[in-house]
Design a protein around this ligand. Structure first.
Ligand SMILES: *Cc1c(COP(=O)(O)O)cnc(C)c1O
Length: 366
């Protein structure tokens, strides 16, 4: 049991972790039970670490119902490195990759892919300040595209795909950094899924990639030319142990996966996430004092973005909220206003506290 004071952490990432996970890390940090060494000290070639890695892999497979023709990789360099690795491994000369531009992170993915090969932007909602997800009818897909890249949840703009787009037979690549395992995910409809862990899966330092075997085959063909560390096939053949993995981050991610399974898995956590988000959006919509920035049908369950009438009111809101123990509510500068990130581990009591604060702030300033 901890007695330290913790605020409600609404940060977009790194973000709040489950309390039982932090307590287990704290309890076992000096020596893993039965091992006599810290996770920070043990060899990544030891039986102990091997079993930690295997268990994290198994728990990801259980949670996501990952079919056996997919491999789970634990990589470094963040989702931002995936912006380059995806085209370097999957985009062959002479073919085109389609990207759907739904926000600042998608834009960055596109910028990196263009350095590698031919890119077509199949749809963009930039003209709408990325406040919505495009409709299926807006997608101009390239026949025979090497892959189609989407961003399932737009962390900065507070929007998310409610259902996956129909991309015909093209391999679907999905940046799920800010909503991975916040709701059920149909892995079998994807060719490659990637997520930086630090939003919804664990601490910073590890990036999860789930890749289908035919994509690994494409990657294997690039072995002679690609830098070894940027080749998916190399990491898959070495079960993510080609070089020293981020052992602590993998360990902590494994504990978060175990916690998530104990919560009842994705079918259970999505109910909690829907309830938390509904409370917040209801308050935003209640009186017109607050204004949600995302179109209603595209609203994210993870990142709730909203504004006030003036920037002065917004800075007063953030300042007073921080003083009241509601931390990290300042929105990204691309959108302005406020953003409440309410990932899996964010407690419902924190959402209730924010809703009360919003009511009180409106009473004083409205
Ligand atoms: C945070 C984020 C990224 C960047 O992640 P890093 O791990 O910092 O590179 C990419 N995509 C999305 C959707 C994100 O939320």
């Amino acid at each position: 049991m901890t007695t330290v004071h913790r605020v409600h952490n609404f940060a977009a990432g790194p973000a709040v972790l489950p309390m039982p996970v932090l307590e287990e890390i704290q309890r076992d940090l000096i020596a893993l039970p039965g091992i006599g060494m810290s996770i920070l000290e043990i060899s990544h070639r030891s039986k102990t670490f091997e079993s930690i890695l295997k268990q994290a892999d198994a728990d990801i497979r259980t949670l996501g119902n990952v079919p056996s023709n997919y491999q789970v990789l634990f990589l470094q360099g963040g989702a931002s490195t995936q912006f380059s690795m995806v085209p370097m491994n999957l985009l062959a000369a002479g073919s085109t990759a389609d990207y759907i531009d739904t926000g600042s992170w998608a834009e960055k993915a596109i910028k990196e892919a263009k350095k590698v090969g031919a890119v077509s932007v199949a749809a963009t909602t930039k003209a709408d300040n990325y406040a919505r997800i495009p409709a299926q009818s807006e997608l101009k897909l390239t026949p025979g595209a090497a892959y189609v890249h989407i961003t399932s949840n737009n962390t900065i703009e507070g929007t998310e795909w409610k259902t996956l787009p129909d991309v015909g037979g093209a391999p679907l690549v999905n940046d799920t950094s800010s909503d991975m395992f916040s709701r059920p995910i149909d892995v079998a409809r994807h060719a490659l899924i990637y997520a930086g862990a630090q939003k919804n899966m664990g601490p910073a330092g590890v990036t999860v990639v789930i890749i289908r075997d035919d994509m690994l085959q494409r990657s294997a063909e690039k072995k002679p030319t690609l830098p070894t560390m940027l080749n998916y096939a190399v990491h898959a053949e070495n079960t993510s142990l080609y070089n020293t993995p981020p052992a602590f981050a993998v360990y902590a991610l494994g504990l978060v996966m175990k916690w998530l399974i104990a919560q009842g898995g994705l079918a259970a956590i999505v109910k909690v996430n829907e309830r938390k988000a509904a409370k917040l959006y209801a308050e935003i919509d209640r009186s017109g004092f607050y204004r949600g920035t995302a179109h209603k049908e595209s609203r994210s369950l993870m990142n709730v973005t909203f504004r006030l009438a003036t920037e002065e009111l917004e800075s007063a809101f953030v300042k007073e909220a921080t003083a009241a123990g509601l931390d990290g509510l300042k929105g990204h500068r691309a959108v302005g206003g406020m953003r409440a990130s309410i990932y899996n581990a964010f407690p419902e009591a924190g959402v209730d506290a924010l809703v009360s604060f919003m009511k009180e702030f409106e009473r004083k300033r409205g």
